[in-house]
Design a protein around this ligand. Structure first.
Ligand code: PMP
Length: 789
């Protein structure tokens, strides 16, 4: 399908093939290539081609090129084939047969002064793809074959690689002036619209996609099926449209050209593109471009066909494409970009599409998602915000919704180092592509990770038990504490939350109103100098609050349980992030230890540098615990949990109890964990948490004089509590107003949560990727939300 453009004019070469007499052809084949044998002419509108079968039974295609052929383009094709032969020797493409002088092609002057290039390639055995039934397997194989060829051509370049070619989608502007040749008015208008949109809106974006030399015409005529397996492509032929262009044009061309309009046109395309992606993985912008590249291919074909039809010597072989391509273009425009893109993304397991800035997002399916969620996950599963967020993408401290809006995430600590952090994502993908297994085998990453993680912890804590969640980490710690101490009782904070296993649920009285505390559990009054009985500034604050531990210990001992563990989130998150009096934690821990109990520092909320001054929250209280348990932020979203304790505790537990967590500490989770530590270190996230946190709270405190509901602002690093009260004297909590503030912020693009026993504390706990500029957005949003109360 070669056409060339000269000085703005388009010139078809598919005419006036050379007409050398038989005897001369034989002489040339023998003289130039040393080939003799049976000669059979092949149909060609541009060259004079023959199939030669030698006495030994070898078959070749001998080509005498059109006198107008650009020698650079012939050289491009020949060198391309030689390149594939070197880079992927097993790939079935025509092989160059060299001349007797060892050249890849020769010349003849034809006796009339015109010079013609002579070349010979091997004949590829097999039936043309277009004569076959297009099964899903065959479609997949065709995508895979094109992809394999693209991989083989990846490092190939040539001075003529960007020759003028109307079939090149990136040269589509040169074709636009010829669209008027389309006779049918409706069809012409449609094609012109497609071309104009493509040139204005799509083409500029293609420039940043991967480009390389590709086949650009791998259709039903140019692929042959494997004679040994009719559901597989055996080889690719006809490199006449080879060009350096956008890589994704290859799967788009194959998809566009192989389509047979049936009830379901998308399934075969998904097979082709999916097959391509399995061999040569596509990038996100490429998969999103395929719809437009296909539509452009139809438009290009229709213009070229119409133009050929308008030539004095009448329509050529392309005319048979006119009707099916017209219908295919119509069908695709009806389907629309969103639908095609979603199916193609699903086929390659790309995540949901995220609208680009300025693009219209998807608004219509939130209700459908909610109904489906109720059906499959149950209507009781809590959903944040009155106007739930349908998220499709995250990046740093940002979340992106399906409707095209962007939300500042000031709530989530699971993406500790930022949503979809590329370093973590790559580490996970690379490890997943290499190995994922369990702790019954030796592998290095879990050991290196354990060493690196425990290096950040107080000395002596280095025995790791790997699990998959914070709940499991706490469960394991409590089991060990019970075994080690021989006691059964536990002390936790009032309103504490530590997890979902049955044992740990008993230590999570956050929703105490709904059920009684279990008899082996005692809670401590929150050391909250804002709301509690002893206020900031009073003497011996820490001791006054810590005295409650004496009561709890005594009660547990009297009831016969004793104290096995004091489990504590040292950010006191579910208590509303109070401003804990210095020395409180130390005092309580001393009392617990004196009663024979162990200290479990639950770092699920406040670990991994969140507090801004220390890696672990418990360190901010000057206490060395017996256990550090971690979860949530540890893998930036990949399921991982670890209980770290002293070796003797782990040893004693192991001697009595078999403990094996199938997924716990698997290499993929450890890769995520490692990468999280890399990022915290490399990006200086602890220092940033400190700075941003202090800045944010000082800006918020400036609002106290402005808004009467704003009671107190407190916290450390990037863990902040903002308490809302109806009356600053009585401290009457303002839970309804807190809800309204949260929903107002959400509707204005900022996500925060709600905490505390009265539900009147804004929980602000963003990814550590949060910077001052984000804090400004948050404070501004809070200002407006409070003003709206
Ligand atoms: N401990 C604390 C302090 C938590 O906040 C949570 C979860 N919110 C857990 C434990 C439980 O972690 P997971 O959900 O991973 O089981």
């Amino acid at each position: 399908m070669n056409e060339m453009k000269k000085t703005g004019e388009v010139k078809f070469l598919d005419r006036n093939p050379p007409a050398f007499p038989d005897g001369e052809v034989r002489r040339l084949a023998a003289a130039v290539f040393g080939l003799e044998g049976d000669l059979k002419p092949l149909v060609s509108e541009r060259d004079q081609n023959f199939r030669i079968t030698t006495a030994k039974g070898e078959t070749f295609v001998f080509k005498i090129a059109n006198r107008d052929e650009d020698p650079g383009v012939v050289d491009l094709q020949v060198q391309g084939l030689l390149h594939v032969e070197r880079t992927d020797p097993g790939m079935v493409v025509p092989r160059i047969r060299r001349t007797r002088n060892g050249e890849p092609y020769g010349w003849t002057d034809g006796g009339d002064g015109n010079r013609h290039i002579l070349r010979t390639v091997s004949w590829i055995e097999g039936e043309e793809l277009r004569t076959q039934t297009y099964t899903p397997a065959l479609m997949r194989s065709s995508g895979a074959a094109v992809a394999r060829l693209a991989r083989a051509l990846r490092g190939f370049h040539h001075p003529s690689a960007r020759h003028p070619l109307l079939w090149d989608v990136t040269q589509i502007a040169g074709l636009r002036p010829h669209a008027h040749h389309i006779a049918d008015k409706g069809s012409r208008a449609r094609v012109e619209r497609v071309l104009d949109t493509f040139i204005a809106d799509i083409l500029p974006g293609l420039a940043k996609l991967r480009h390389q030399v590709i086949h650009n015409d791998a259709n039903g005529d140019n692929m042959v099926v494997d004679p040994a397996d009719r559901e597989a492509i055996g080889g690719i032929i006809d490199f006449g449209d080879m060009i350096h262009t956008v890589l994704a044009a290859d799967p788009a061309v194959t998809s566009a050209d192989l389509i047979k309009l049936a009830d379901d046109v998308l399934t075969p395309i998904c097979e082709i593109v999916g097959g391509y992606d399995s061999v040569n993985p596509l990038e996100e912008d490429e998969i999103d471009a395929i719809y437009d590249l296909m539509v452009a291919r139809y438009a290009i074909t229709l213009v070229i066909v119409a133009w050929r039809n308008s030539q004095p010597d009448g329509p050529g072989y392309l005319v048979e494409y006119e009707a099916p391509m017209t219908r295919a273009l119509e069908a695709f425009l009806t389907l629309g970009r969103d639908r095609v893109r979603r199916r193609l993304r699903d086929a390659c397991r790309f995540p949901a599409y995220c609208p680009k800035p300025g693009e219209k997002g998807i608004t219509d399916d939130t209700a459908a998602l909610r109904a489906k969620r109720d059906r499959f996950l149950g209507g009781t599963l809590e959903l944040s915000y009155e106007n739930p967020v349908h998220v499709v993408k995250g990046e740093g401290p940002w979340l992106f919704a399906a409707d095209g809006t962007r939300l500042l995430d000031a709530y989530n600590n699971v993406p500790q180092v930022g949503h979809a952090h590329p370093h973590v994502a790559r580490a996970v993908a690379r490890q997943a592509a290499a190995l994922n297994t369990n702790t019954r085998y030796l592998y290095r990453i879990i050991l290196d990770y354990a060493e690196r993680l425990t290096d950040t912890m107080p000395k002596g804590l280095e025995a790791c038990l790997f699990v998959n969640s914070g709940s499991e980490a706490n469960d394991a710690a409590f089991r060990m504490a019970k075994q080690m101490t021989g006691n059964r009782g536990a002390i936790v904070m009032e309103a504490a939350y530590h997890g979902i296993s049955e044992a740990i649920d008993a230590l999570s009285p956050y929703d105490l109103k709904n059920r009684p505390l279990r008899p082996h559990v005692r809670t401590l009054m929150s050391p909250d100098p804002y709301r509690g009985p002893w206020k900031d500034g009073e003497p011996d604050l820490a001791a006054k609050y810590a005295a409650d531990a004496d009561r709890a210990i005594r009660e547990l001992q009297e009831a016969g349980y004793g104290v096995a563990a004091f489990m504590i989130d040292s950010g006191f998150t579910s208590n509303g992030i109070p401003n804990v009096p210095p020395g409180y934690m130390k005092l309580v821990c001393e009392k617990v230890r004196a009663a024979g109990g162990l200290i479990v520092a639950d770092e699920v909320q406040c670990g991994f540098a969140r507090m801004g001054t220390h890696m672990w929250g418990i360190e901010t209280h000057g206490v060395v615990p017996d256990f550090i348990t971690t979860g949530k932020p540890i893998g930036n979203g990949i399921a991982l949990g670890v209980t770290v304790t002293r070796p003797e505790i782990r040893q004693a537990f192991g001697e009595k109890t078999g403990f094996f967590s199938t997924f716990g500490g698997n290499p993929v989770a450890c890769a995520a964990g490692m990468a999280v530590l890399d990022v915290i270190e490399r990006e200086g996230l602890m220092a940033r948490a400190y700075e941003t946190g202090e800045y944010k709270r000082s800006k918020m405190r400036e609002l106290i004089n402005k808004h009467r509901y704003l009671g107190d602002v407190r916290g450390s690093g990037l863990l902040t509590g903002v308490e809302l009260v109806r009356d600053r004297k009585t401290l009457e909590p303002a839970p309804e107003e807190t809800k309204r503030v949260i929903n107002h912020l959400r509707n204005n693009g900022v996500l925060v949560g709600r905490e505390g026993p009265h539900g009147n504390v804004l929980k602000i706990r963003p990814p550590l990727a949060f910077r001052k500029e984000h804090a400004d957005i948050l404070v501004d949003g809070l200002d407006r939300a409070l003003a709206a109360l």
